[in-house]
Structure formats: structure tokens, C-alpha cells
Design a protein around this ligand. Structure first.
Ligand code: AP5
Ligand code: ZN
Length: 216
């Protein structure tokens, strides 16, 4: 599959993407995960991105486009990819459109994940993420808790809260989403690529996406 996952912070993009990779082996490409790994490794990209991320602001488009132009040309993308958290702005969507045309890649569609705002706020304050960069399993202390001592069920590493999970940063991320990312819904509607799915139950969302893939 070649799809984009669009949705507010906490809409479940990471959770749904992981489940979809198990379906047909397409790779998950999360710009958030790539950036967090760069911050942890202290690379130049990470040093540039960290301040923006901790505040809940977007990282500049030029940095993201450089990073994604390289990523989309790596061999593991040939079998399919799930873009999680990219594009995030109209300029990124326009640049991606040109890049895909240049690489002769056609998207199946864009998955717009819809969740009520109160559910989103609750999910983000209760999320825990595996600290092992090779695992990054996502948990939720209410709906899908890690082991009782807080370690990851898959690899045993401690689970942590992200640096952008303070209340102030969460509210800023939601505002940034409304201002910069929500306009992509109209953009992809006009491109004839938008499909909207409820993302209250990840299992049901994944089944609905698989069904839509078979029909397209
Ligand atoms: P990013 O990592 O993309 O964060 P985000 O968009 O804020 O999304 P989240 O990871 O918070 O949420 P999600 O939708 O993946 O939800 P999840 O599945 O974890 O970006 C972080 C930062 O990087 C940005 O702020 C920005 O600075 C920068 N950045 C990244 N991409 C960029 C770009 N393209 N341009 C510029 N800057 C960029 O689920 C959330 C919680 O809910 C979990 O606990 C999960 O277990 C739970 N949950 C999920 N689904 C369900 C369900 N159905 N039922 C119950 N619980 C559920
Ligand atoms: Zn883990």
C-alpha cells in the first residue's frame, strides 16, 4: 500500500500505522519518530529540531522535505509505505506531490483519522512509549498498559512520556494542527484522494482501511 495517515495529535496515527505494517509488510515512515531518534542521537538535524518539538511547534518545511526526499528513495519503500505525520502543511503537501510525480509513485489514498477532541486530550496525557529506539511500541495506561512495573511488553525497556507531553505543549500541538495541518483535508479532497475513517477503535479502523484498499 502507499498511503498517507492524516489526523490530529493522538488521533492514533502511530497505532494504526503499526497495525497496517503487519498486514502487507509496507514500511511505516513516521517523521515524528525519525526526528525523535535524531534528537536522541544528537545529530545536526536533531539539534535543530528539538526546540520546535518540545514546544509543540512544527519543524521548518525545508528540513522535513530534505529528510523525506532521501527517505522515500530508500529501497524498502518500493513495496509500499505508510506516511505517518507527513505531510503536515500545505507547502509540504505540494512538495510531496511534485516529488511523487518525479519518482513515478501513485498513492492509493489519504486516510483521514477522526476522533473527538476530548478523547484526544485524554489519550495524549495517558500515552507511554517504549524508550528503545528500535521498538518504540506505543502504550496507554488506560486502554493498553505496559507491564505493571512500566516496562515494555515486547522488549522489556522502560516506557516513558515524550518531552512534548506537557499540558502546554499538547494544547499548542492541537492548535498547530488546526491552523497548519487541518487545511490538508480540503487539499486532498480536491485531489480526489481523501477517505475519512473514525479512529475510536484502532482495530475497526484498520479493518476499514484494508477493505478500502481492496476496493481501489
Ligand atoms: P508526531 O510524532 O507526528 O506527533 P503527533 O502528530 O502529535 O502525533 P502523536 O504521535 O502524538 O499521535 P498519534 O496520532 O500517532 O497517536 P498514537 O497512535 O500515539 O510529531 C511530533 C513532533 O515532531 C511535532 O509536534 C513536530 O514538532 C515534529 N514533526 C513531525 N512531523 C513533522 C512534519 N511533517 N513537519 C513538521 N514538523 C513535524 O495514540 C495516542 C495514544 O492513544 C496512545 O496512548 C495510544 O495507545 C492511544 N490510542 C490510540 N488509538 C486508540 C484507540 N483506538 N483506543 C484507545 N486508545 C488509543
Ligand atoms: Zn519496547
Amino acid at each position: 500500500m502507499k498511503i498517507i495517515l492524516l489526523g490530529a495529535p493522538g488521533a492514533g496515527k502511530g497505532t494504526v500505522a503499526k497495525l497496517l505494517t503487519e498486514y502487507d509488510g509496507s514500511v511505516q515512515i513516521s517523521t515524528g519518530d525519525i526526528l525523535r531518534a535524531a534528537v536522541k542521537e544528537g545529530t545536526e538535524l536533531g539539534r535543530e529540531a528539538k526546540g520546535y518539538m518540545d514546544r509543540g511547534d512544527l519543524v521548518p518545511d525545508a528540513l522535513i522535505m530534505r529528510m523525506m526526499e532521501t527517505r522515500l528513495q530508500q529501497p524498502d519503500c518500493a513495496n509500499g509505505f505508510i506516511l505517518d505525520g507527513f505531510p503536515r502543511t500545505i507547502p509540504q503537501a505540494e512538495a510531496l506531490k511534485k516529488l511523487l510525480e518525479k519518482l513515478n509513485i501513485r498513492l492509493n489514498f489519504v486516510v483521514n483519522l477522526e476522533v473527538p477532541r476530548d478523547v484526544i486530550l485524554d489519550r495524549l496525557t495517558t500515552r507511554r512509549t517504549c524508550s528503545n529506539p528500535d521498538c518504540q511500541e506505543i502504550y496507554n495506561i488506560k486502554s493498553n498498559p505496559p507491564l505493571p512495573d512500566g516496562r515494555c511488553k515486547k522488549c522489556g525497556s522502560p516506557t516513558i512520556q515524550r518531552d512534548d507531553e506537557t499540558e502546554e505543549a499538547i494544547l499548542n500541538r492541537l492548535e498547530t494542527y488546526n491552523e497548519k495541518t487541518a487545511p490538508l483535508i480540503g487539499f486532498y479532497e480536491r485531489e480526489g484522494l481523501l477517505k475519512t475513517f473514525s479512529s475510536v477503535s484502532s482495530a475497526e479502523t484498520v479493518e476499514a482501511v484494508k477493505k478500502a484498499l481492496k476496493e481501489c
